[in-house]
Design a protein around this ligand. Structure first.
Ligand SMILES: CC(C)(COP(=O)(O)OP(=O)(O)OC[C@H]1O[C@@H](n2cnc3c(N)ncnc32)[C@H](O)[C@@H]1OP(=O)(O)O)[C@@H](O)C(=O)NCCC(=O)NCCS
Length: 178
């Protein structure tokens, strides 16, 4: 029988503990690009794994993965994390492997995360993004986020540069619907 063609679409689902190593791998690969995330490589893989594991066991957090499922095997190509603070704002972070971008996976992950945040009772979703991250800003704007401010020369990178970040937010409906 010929080999099955490689998957071209992903399923969005909650992460499970067997995804933890793959999640750290995705974070590492995207951080290694050096221009999109706060995380920089090398980072402490065990510490990151623990942080992801904490999200799995927290009622105030959700970790969703984009799974390209080659045959029956999970194949994590992206994720989004959502954490609701005590004051009701859900903070979001996301990353997708470079080879999987531009196929609607980011939009699907973000929509699922917003739905989860609304169901969890958050009144708003919020995030920070580097001002030159055009793809992410485009995605967030198209999902209803607006720019609320800017942290100036705030984040020190390992090479000593000080980077700005944009603050973006999107209110959720008071009845908990998107
Ligand atoms: C940002 C990111 C999550 C987007 O995911 P994606 O799967 O590539 O995005 P999608 O294919 O779902 O595209 C959704 C929308 O994002 C925007 N977008 C995506 N790629 C873009 C690009 N290269 N340039 C401009 N806008 C882009 C568009 O608005 C697009 O909608 P459209 O296709 O109707 O035009 C992905 O590029 C990524 O993981 N980047 C590296 C990590 C990162 O930047 N994380 C966010 C840190 S704040």
């Amino acid at each position: 029988m010929p080999d099955a063609p490689p998957p071209t679409s992903t399923v969005i689902r909650p992460a499970v503990s067997s995804d933890l190593d793959a999640l750290v791998d995705v974070l590492w690969a995207v951080a290694a690009e050096g221009r999109w995330l706060g995380a920089e490589v090398p980072f402490d893989r065990e510490e990151r794994r623990r942080r992801f594991a904490d999200m799995l066991s927290s009622a105030a957090a959700e970790l969703l993965v984009a799974d390209a499922q080659s045959a029956d095997t999970a194949d994590i190509v992206g994720f989004i994390s959502v954490q609701v603070a005590g004051y009701g704002v859900a903070d979001i972070g996301m990353a997708i492997l470079e080879s999987w971008r531009g196929r609607g996976t980011g939009r699907a992950l973000l929509a699922s995360a917003i739905e989860w945040a609304a169901r969890a009772g958050a009144h708003k979703v919020a995030l920070e993004v580097w001002p030159d991250n055009g793809p992410a800003i485009g995605l967030y704007r198209s999902a209803g986020f607006v720019e609320e401010g800017r942290k100036v020369a705030h984040y020190r990178r390992r090479d000593g540069q000080l980077w700005d970040s944009l603050l973006m937010g999107r209110p959720l409906r008071p009845d908990g619907r998107r």
